[in-house]
Design a protein around this ligand. Sequence first.
Ligand code: CUA
Length: 162
Amino acid sequence: MKRGTTIYLYELAWILPSFAIPVGMLVALVVTAFGAGVHLPGVEGRIDPRRVAETAPFDKPGVVEIAPGQYEVRMTAQIWSFAPNEIRVPAGSTVHFWATSKDVVHGLLIPRVNVNVMVLPGQIAHAQARFDRPGEYPIICHEYCGIAHHTMAGRVIVEAKR
Ligand code: CUA
């Protein structure tokens, strides 16, 4: 092969992936977003942040069984706690979290079950998770919310089926 041709092929070997990789990423993004419905948690509703304590369902924070094996958690976040901060469900439950903030920006993170949302004043956040394995799952505030941010936590206790 002539030297000029070799250089051309070498350039082509670099140029093609530099187009193919971003195109592949874009395709993956479109397929997961529109085909598989994977998207970031969005705003599920609005609420007056000054009236959270009087607004249903956040006037009665807690855990409610909405169907067999389905639980709804109505949760408020405030400096520096979650209400409720301890949630008990049997193994195999699906838990729907509805959360809002009474004051500043908080986060709601439950590792191992893929719950990761911001909890903002004025907005209602939603996330759901299935708890198959018995054990204790920490609930963590992962948005800096002030001097005692690191103490803001709770837990989900998943009980073995009797
Ligand atoms: Cu709430 Cu950090």
